[in-house]
Ligand binder design. Structure first.
Ligand code: 5GP
Ligand code: MG
Length: 171
């Protein structure tokens, strides 16, 4: 197995800080319900939420579209739904990466149907050239080329999520 680092822990931390500043400015100290998509979004969301000064409520959605391989099936399964009622609340969906866009779009559409006051999306990584549906996340950490990467929440099989940096994984 060969690892090639794409983004170091320091680079990620600095960028998460900038995103937090931008979000802080936009939300004007209003309460926000932060919704990491599990499992991939949990590391980024944990770092991001600790840099936000406004009142933050955390709730979680678990989706699955990938199975254990490297290619998305395009079909997004809702494995576990929210516990919070988001009607008339400010909502920020947080995920690891926007790739084909199916996951973010289907969850955004689902939450939109529940009548939030505002609804935004945030990802640490964006692979724009892979998009199959129309969605542009409101907050993007890094735009990256079409390479399969792991670390910082992202997995291959059941492993690699815990690494503090982002790297390409070649078997
Ligand atoms: P999408 O629905 O946008 O195609 O993909 C969403 C999910 O696919 C992400 O949340 C992530 O779990 C997974 N994914 C997409 N690209 C990659 C990648 O390069 N590496 C890994 N490990 N997962 C990815
Ligand atoms: Mg994911």
């Amino acid at each position: 197995m060969k690892e090639k680092i794409l983004l170091t822990a320091e680079e990620i931390e600095a960028r998460v800080g900038q995103l937090a500043e931008q979000i802080t400015e936009d939300f004007k100290n209003e309460e926000v319900i932060l919704i990491p998509l599990l499992r991939g979004g949990f590391i980024f969301a944990a770092d991001l939420c600790r840099k936000l000064p406004m009142p933050v409520v955390l709730d979680f959605i678990t989706t699955s579209s990938y199975g254990s391989g490297k290619a998305s099936s395009g079909e997004v399964k809702l494995i576990q739904d929210l516990r919070e009622d988001i009607t008339d609340k400010n909502v920020l969906i947080v995920d690891d990466i926007c790739d084909s866009g199916h996951t973010l779009k289907s969850i955004r559409d689902l939450l939109h149907s529940r009548g939030p006051r505002s609804l935004k999306t945030c990802v640490i990584l964006d692979k724009k050239e892979r998009r199959e549906v129309e969605i542009t996340p409101d907050y993007i950490g890094f735009s990256i080329p079409d390479v399969f990467i792991v670390g910082y929440g992202l997995n291959y099989g059941r492993l690699h999520r815990n690494k503090p940096y982002i790297y390409t994984y070649i078997e």
